[in-house]
Ligand binder design. Structure first.
Ligand SMILES: Cc1cc2nc3c(=O)[nH]c(=O)nc-3n(C[C@H](O)[C@H](O)[C@H](O)COP(=O)(O)OP(=O)(O)OC[C@H]3O[C@@H](n4cnc5c(N)ncnc54)[C@H](O)[C@@H]3O)c2cc1C
Length: 458
C-alpha cells in the first residue's frame, strides 16, 4: 500500500476521506482512486487478514460449524437488550464482507428497487455493481443435486434459480468469495490510496454548509488526528454512520436521521433431504420476490451466526431453508443514541414496531416455508422466526429521498444541506426490501461516486 501521507503528523490532508472499509467504502475508494484522486480510508477495526479485507472463508479451510463460530466471534452486538437484539457490527478492515454470505440478487424492479435512482441509469449501474462484486449465478451449476432440487421445486410451480453469489472460481474450481479485498485489489498498492486500520472517526465538523475536517482517534496509540479533505464519505454501516453524524451535532438539521429503520424477518429451518433428491453435490438456489409473495427464499448449506448442526448429525443430506420478509419503512422505527460507551461514542438503542401487514406477511412466509420444507424432506430443525436483527441487513437509517423532511441524502447519497458529505451503505436504502441489500447499496455508491467526482472537479 502506498502510504504517502506523513502519518506521524496530527493533521492529514487528502482529496477524499472514507470512513469504513466495508464493501461500500471499498467501492467508493476503488472508483475514486481509478479516477486519479487521493483517498484516505480509515476503519475503527484492525486488519485481521494478510491481504486487507479478505473474506475469511478464502483464508482457511473450515467446517460450517467452525465458520459459524468465526462469525459469532466477529460480530459486536450493538444493543443486545433492545427490540433488535441481533443488530451487530463487524469492526475489522473489510467490515462484514470478511464473513458475509455473498448472496447478491437483483431487487425486484417494481416491488423493491430504489425509486430515487433514475431509470435511465439503473441497468448500467446494476451491471457495474455485479462486475465489482463478481456476481455469478453459475457457481453451483455443475452439481447434480443443485439441478435435481431446482427442477423438482420448479416442476410444482415454484421459480427457483441458481443463487447469484459474489464469487469467482480459481483454476482448481475452488470458490473465492468476494469482499473488500477483491473490490480494492488493483488499487491497494496505488500511491493514491492509504488505509489506516484501528482509527475511529469520532466527529466531522461543519462550517458554512461544508465539512471542513474530521477527528480520528488512533486506537493503537490513543492519540488524536485531524483529517482535512475536499470530500467526505461515511460508510460505517447502517447504525454507526448515523452515530458519527449524531456525535457531530448534525441530528438537529436532519429530522429523518436514524428513522424509517427497516430490517427483515427471518424464517429458518433445516431438512434432511428425501432419498429421491439425495444425489451428490452442493445446493444453492434462490427464489426472489414476486407479485403476491414479498419474501425471498434461499436453500443451501451455509454458515451463519446461527444454524450450526449438532456434531452427531450427518450434514451430508441436510439443507438450510432461509426466508426473509421486510418490515416496511415507518417513521417511528428508529435508532437513537444515548450515553457514551467505552469508545466515547453515543450508544445506539432501537425502537421498532412491526405493522399488522408485516406480521401477516411473516406468518404467511413461515407457513409456506413449512410446506416447501416438507416437499424436500423431513425436519432436522423446525421452522422458526429468528430474533430481529438476525438478517444483519438493517437499512433506511440514512435513507435517500427527494426531501430533507423524510430523507437524509439525495439520489446521489449526498447529505441534504452539506456540500461535500456523502453516505454509503444499506442505511441509504429507503425501500422495505426482502432481498439481500448489498448489491443495491453498491448501486447507490456508484451513483454517489459521480457526485463526489463532480465536487472534486470544482
Ligand atoms: C454473516 C453475514 C452474512 C451476510 N450475508 C449477506 C448476503 O448474503 N448478502 C448481502 O447482500 N448482505 C449480506 N450481509 C450484509 C453485508 O455484509 C452488508 O450489507 C455489507 O457488508 C455492508 O457494507 P458496508 O460497507 O456498508 O458496511 P460494513 O461492512 O458494516 O462496514 C462498515 C465498516 O465501518 C467501520 N466503522 C464503523 N464505525 C466507524 C467509525 N466511527 N470510524 C471508523 N470506522 C468505523 C467498521 O469497523 C466496518 O469495518 C451479511 C452480513 C453478515 C454479518
Amino acid at each position: 500500500m502506498g502510504i504517502d501521507y506523513q502519518l506521524e503528523c496530527t493533521t492529514i490532508h487528502t482529496d477524499v476521506l472514507i470512513v469504513g472499509s466495508g464493501p461500500i467504502g471499498a467501492v467508493y475508494a476503488r472508483k475514486l482512486v481509478d479516477a486519479g484522486h487521493n483517498v484516505l480510508m480509515v476503519d475503527a477495526g484492525a486488519q485481521e487478514t494478510e491481504i486487507p479485507g479478505e473474506h475469511k472463508k478464502n483464508v482457511a479451510d473450515m467446517t460450517l460449524n467452525e465458520f459459524s463460530s468465526v462469525i459469532q466471534n466477529d460480530l459486536t452486538p450493538l444493543s443486545p437488550s433492545s427490540s433488535i437484539p441481533g443488530a451487530s457490527a463487524t469492526l475489522a478492515i473489510g467490515g462484514m464482507s470478511t464473513h458475509w454470505t455473498c448472496v447478491t440478487p437483483t431487487p425486484h424492479p417494481t416491488l423493491e428497487a430504489p425509486k430515487v435512482i433514475p431509470e435511465a441509469q439503473w441497468d448500467s449501474l446494476l451491471v457495474e455493481a455485479q462486475e465489482l462484486l463478481n456476481t455469478d449465478s453459475t457457481a453451483f451449476d455443475n452439481s447434480e443435486r443443485q439441478n435435481s432440487v431446482k427442477n423438482f421445486l420448479n416442476s410444482s410451480g415454484r421459480n427457483f434459480t441458481s443463487t447469484p453469489i459474489a464469487c469467482q472460481k480459481d483454476e482448481n474450481g475452488q470458490i473465492i468469495y468476494s469482499s473488500t479485498s477483491s473490490i480494492l485489489s488493483h488499487v491497494l498498492n496505488s500511491k493514491k490510496f492509504t488505509l489506516l486500520p484501528s482509527h475511529l472517526c469520532t466527529k466531522i465538523y461543519k462550517q458554512n454548509g461544508s465539512i471542513v475536517s474530521a477527528s480520528l482517534t488512533d486506537l493503537s496509540t490513543n492519540t488524536q488526528k485531524t483529517v482535512v479533505a475536499k470530500q467526505y464519505i461515511l460508510a460505517a454501516g447502517a447504525v454507526l454512520t448515523p452515530q458519527i453524524l449524531h456525535n457531530s451535532g448534525m441530528a438537529k438539521g436532519l429530522p429523518a436521521l436514524g428513522r424509517y429503520l427497516t430490517e427483515r424477518m427471518v424464517g429458518f429451518c433445516q431438512v434432511k433431504l428425501d432419498k429421491k433428491l439425495s444425489v451428490p453435490g452442493d445446493v444453492n438456489v434462490y427464489e426472489g420476490v414476486k407479485e403476491g409473495k414479498k419474501w425471498v427464499t434461499t436453500i443451501n448449506r451455509e454458515a451463519h451466526q446461527y444454524g450450526q448442526l449438532p456434531e452427531n448429525v450427518d450434514g451430508g443430506d441436510v439443507l438450510d431453508i432461509r426466508c426473509m420478509s421486510p418490515i416496511e419503512p415507518n417513521v417511528e422505527n428508529r435508532v437513537e443514541f444515548g450515553e457514551k460507551g467505552s469508545d466515547g461514542m453515543p450508544s445506539p438503542s432501537f425502537t421498532i414496531y412491526s405493522s399488522t401487514a408485516d406480521l401477516k406477511l411473516a406468518a404467511k412466509m413461515i407457513t409456506e416455508m413449512q410446506s416447501l420444507a416438507t416437499t424436500l424432506g423431513s425436519f432436522v430443525t423446525e421452522p422458526r422466526i429468528m430474533p430481529l436483527g438476525t438478517a444483519l441487513h438493517l437499512s433506511g437509517t440514512t435513507r435517500a429521498g427527494t426531501s430533507a423532511e423524510d430523507s437524509v441524502v439525495d439520489a446521489n447519497s449526498k447529505v441534504w444541506g452539506v456540500e461535500n458529505l456523502y453516505l454509503g451503505g444499506c442505511g441509504v436504502i429507503a425501500e422495505g426490501m426482502a432481498c439481500q441489500p448489498t448489491l443495491t447499496a453498491v448501486i447507490y455508491a456508484l451513483q454517489g461516486v459521480e457526485g463526489v467526482k463532480a465536487g472534486l472537479s470544482h
